[in-house]
Write a protein that binds this ligand. Structure first.
Ligand SMILES: [Zn+2]
Length: 588
């Protein structure tokens, strides 16, 4: 990350991370465009199915910038446009409570499609919006949600629609600069979504009988599309329009329904995407709105929108960084078998909101990264705890400290945190071995540090719950730890004298070392003592071979305790198994 060379600490903290730099630009631009008005930043989400975790960047990028602006004492609005008046394009795979019969609704607005069976929500869009709204609340994201269904059907954009129709020739000319045989100006499923793979891309494109186009048809160019008065779908063609009377005629290509309406009174249709988006930039006065990297190409809706907002709606394109793709690690198997992709809610089941916020805060929008659902999450947590320690003692680098500040809270408040943040990997190991048994969990956690024991699981939650969910939902069965119920008598009988001696040293020391630190010293010390060195000898005082002896000793213990050559860190494992059972499993 680029860092300022300023020597003024305060200055450095405020201006070294990407969030601060965008905040500077956005505040300045807002003062130029709309002096004295609240700063407006925006995100757009299409609740066309479960909202993918990858799409969270669409919200987190403006959120972090808005939050910084708020921290500086400015008034700011973060709009989330719910693109719920978009057409239903396809039935997503693997959504519980749905089946192929939902395909009959393709072409209707998302708010006119029934919710999955058993849903508490009135329609498809509301169902998927709700899960995202809940996740955003946990993440501390403040926003004004705007339903495009509500906006269009109440006639809010009347003037803008009539204006666009009046200037359809100019719009057509702008779009025509970019039209190629293949490009029909289709809106991506999400304006920021990278298709998971080519197959999915094809599925998305080939789903509807007539994908949303940019408004061209044989009968001329119209940037507005009515939903059919008979079937409710958008498979309509505008056949004529009179600027003076606003009389509009359309025909449905599905059922032949024809209707003539007055656009000055009609509210059942919408501007095509490439016109809709810039119209809203002007209508809302958006100063900052990012979009996915697929929008950087010439002719993309962001680029074309810049011309349309300027030349048609008299507005300005927002500052709009392109953000890189956010991937997921450890979900490949899961997602192909379940047919689903993880949502922000799924991530929040295995990590605290602070960690998820941190992932976005510490990377510039153009840097891609992965969100870990695999073992990597343990390393991520280690890194986070280390950073928290540095922040506490004042040794963190300014940009790292800034990312930490943005992760732990928003302007004016801290997000609720785990009072006693024990290492995630320790909690995961305990959850692994105890299979979530609370009594056993409390016993083990109380023994980790006998000087300052955990006496109530409330103090280690919610981090404990996240680690438990991760172990049960995302760690494959073959990687789970299953403690032997009976000693491996055959292996014990076959041990050589050195191995027996090492186990005796361990068992003799168990009671006097029964804490996380104590057992750590004990397990590393046994091979040292066996080699004739003091248990507390430092690596400098020891021959290099001692490392090999330690590895051999650890593998032996894993084998005798859990029947594998690896497992949770040994001190944690020993505590989790309990002294009596350790003795039983290791005694020949
Ligand atoms: Zn129809």
């Amino acid at each position: 990350m680029a860092q300022s060379t300023s020597t003024d600490t305060q200055e450095t903290v405020e201006h070294t991370d990407w969030v601060s730099r965008y905040a500077d630009d956005v505040i300045a631009e807002s003062e130029r465009r709309a002096p004295g008005k609240p700063v407006v930043v925006a995100s757009g989400l299409s609740p066309s199915g479960p909202i993918h975790l990858g799409n969270l960047r669409e919200v987190m990028t403006p959120h972090l910038v808005a939050d910084e602006i708020r921290r500086r004492g400015h008034s700011v609005r973060h709009l989330i446009s719910w693109d719920d008046y978009d057409r239903y394009r396809k039935v997503p795979n693997g959504v519980p409570g749905t089946d192929a019969s939902w395909a009959e609704h393709i072409g209707k607005p998302l708010t006119s499609v029934p919710a999955p069976a058993g849903s508490a929500y009135p329609n498809w869009a509301e169902h998927f919006k709700a899960a995202m709204v809940a996740a955003l609340a946990d993440l501390g994201v403040e926003f004004d949600g705007i339903s495009q269904t509500a906006q269009y059907t109440s006639g809010t954009y009347r003037e803008q629609i009539l204006h666009a129709m009046k200037h359809r020739g100019d719009i057509d000319a702008i779009l025509d600069q970019y039209r190629t045989k293949k490009d029909t100006g289709k809106k991506p499923q999400q304006k920021n979504q990278k298709p998971v793979d080519e197959a999915e891309l094809e599925a998305a494109e080939g789903s509807g009988a007539a994908d949303e186009d940019d408004g061209s048809s044989g009968a001329g160019y119209y940037p507005y599309k009515p939903f059919c008065g008979e079937c409710g779908k958008d498979l309509t063609t505008v056949t004529s329009y009179d600027d003076d009377t606003t009389e509009l005629s359309y025909t449905c290509t599905l059922d032949g329904f024809t209707e003539t309406v007055l656009l000055s009174e009609f509210n059942r249709g919408k501007l095509v995407w490439k016109v809709d988006w810039p119209m809203r930039w002007a209508y809302e006065g958006v100063i900052f709105e990012p979009s996915g990297v697929d929008h950087s190409s010439p002719g993309s809706s962001f680029q074309v929108g810049g011309q349309i907002v300027d030349r048609i709606f008299g507005g300005k394109q927002p500052i709009g960084p392109m953000y890189a793709f956010v991937g997921i690690s450890g979900m490949a198997k899961m997602s192909s078998s379940k047919g689903g992709v993880p949502t922000p809610g799924d991530a929040l089941q295995i990590m605290e909101p602070q960690i998820l916020r941190w992932l976005y805060a510490r990377r510039r929008p153009n840097q891609s990264f992965k969100i870990a659902f695999d073992q990597e999450i343990q390393r991520l947590y280690d890194e986070w705890d280390k950073l928290s320690g540095k922040v506490a003692d004042g040794s963190a680098l300014p940009a790292d400290a800034a990312a930490h500040t943005r992760a732990v809270g928003v302007a004016g408040r801290e997000l609720p945190r785990t009072p006693r943040p024990l290492p995630y990997r320790t909690l995961a190991s305990v959850a692994d071995v105890t299979a979530g048994d609370t009594e056993q969990t409390l016993r083990i956690l109380s023994e980790l540090d006998p000087e300052n024991p955990v006496t109530d699981l409330v103090t280690v939650r919610p981090r404990l719950d996240k680690a438990e969910t991760w172990i049960t939902k995302y760690v494959p069965a073959e990687s789970r730890t299953i403690v032997r119920t009976e000693p491996d008598t055959e292996a014990l009988a076959a041990l050589d004298e050195a191995s027996r001696a090492s186990i005796r040293l361990l068992l003799d020391g168990l009671d006097s070392h029964w804490s996380l630190d104590g057992l750590t010293h004990l397990v590393y010390g046994v091979p040292k003592v066996q080699a004739g060195f003091p248990a507390d000898a430092t690596p400098k005082e020891l021959p290099a071979e001692i490392k090999g002896a330690q590895r051999t000793f650890f593998a032996l213990l894993y084998d005798l305790l859990v029947g594998r050559d690896t497992g949770p860190r040994l001190p944690t494992l020993l505590l989790a198994v309990g002294a009596d059972r350790v003795r039983k499993l290791l005694s020949a």
